[in-house]
Design a binder for this molecule. Structure first.
Ligand SMILES: O=C(O)c1ccccc1N[C@@H]1O[C@H](COP(=O)(O)O)[C@@H](O)[C@H]1O
Length: 227
């Protein structure tokens, strides 16, 4: 590996040739409290996720989200997460809030995701038998594929999936999630070399309540793995 500014050259797992990998982006998801937004920003998060799925313990209303998002400084991406939402609700959120990227985590089709004319990432619920290449081909307009473990309730389950299900030469931006924490993120980044990692449960003291120390440790682990 050769260090190069904010990124590094790593051996590509399938071709064994060196490939430049910029620093791994970090998204902290499921923020419900002002102090947790501040902690994620202070720790160096690249993106913050807000869950607009009423069944989630991390659900925030549009009014709550407005207050939380107002704290976010420039150049940190604000992500709105939806699960099989009524399009009118998504539109209301987009009209009222500074959401920069949509995350669709339910059973949405590409047409469902595209109707808002905004950049989006599409969650793939990973379990044995899922063909990621085939799945990704259904979402050519997605800016990236977010890989999460298949869990009841669509996501945020704190469960790790088998990373060997990811095809080695997959050529779309990958956001790795599902049961990540400071304990496994170094290994995850070194093995998968994703574009970004996304975490919710693994940096929580309780559901929807983030732990500032765990967020800082998580991001520090990602930086170590990048090093
Ligand atoms: O966070 C939630 O409650 C949630 C609910 C429904 C769909 C997705 C949700 N969160 C996303 O799930 C993954 C994995 O989270 P975890 O780290 O395993 O808890 C992550 O992308 C969250 O953004």
């Amino acid at each position: 590996m050769v260090l190069a500014g904010a990124g590094a050259y790593h051996l590509h797992s399938s071709t064994r040739t060196a490939r430049f990998v910029p620093r791994t982006r970090v998204k902290i998801c499921g923020l419900t409290r002002a102090q947790d937004v501040d902690a994620a920003v202070a720790a160096g998060a690249d993106a913050l996720g807000f869950v607009f799925y009423p069944a989630s313990p991390r659900y925030v209303s549009i009014a709550q989200a407005a207050a939380l998002m107002a704290r976010v400084p420039p150049f940190i991406t604000i992500v709105g997460l939806f699960v099989n939402a009524d399009p009118a609700y998504v539109r209301e959120a987009l009209d009222s809030l500074p959401i920069q990227l949509l995350q669709f985590h339910g059973d949405e089709t590409e047409a469902d995701c595209l109707q808002y004319g905004r950049p989006y990432i599409r969650a793939a619920r990973m379990r044995p038998g899922v063909d990621l290449v085939e799945y990704a081909a259904c979402f050519p307009s997605a800016r990236g594929l977010l890989l999460d473990a298949f869990v009841e309730g669509y996501g945020g389950g704190g469960k790790v999936f088998d990373w060997s299900l990811i095809p080695p030469a997959f050529d779309r931006p990958l956001i790795l999630s599902g049961g990540l924490s400071a304990d496994n993120v170094v290994d995850a980044v070194r093995r998968v070399r994703p574009w970004a990692v996304d975490v919710s449960s693994g940096v929580e003291a309780a559901k929807g309540i983030k732990d500032a120390g765990a967020i800082a440790q998580f991001i520090s682990g990602v930086r170590d793995a990048d090093g």
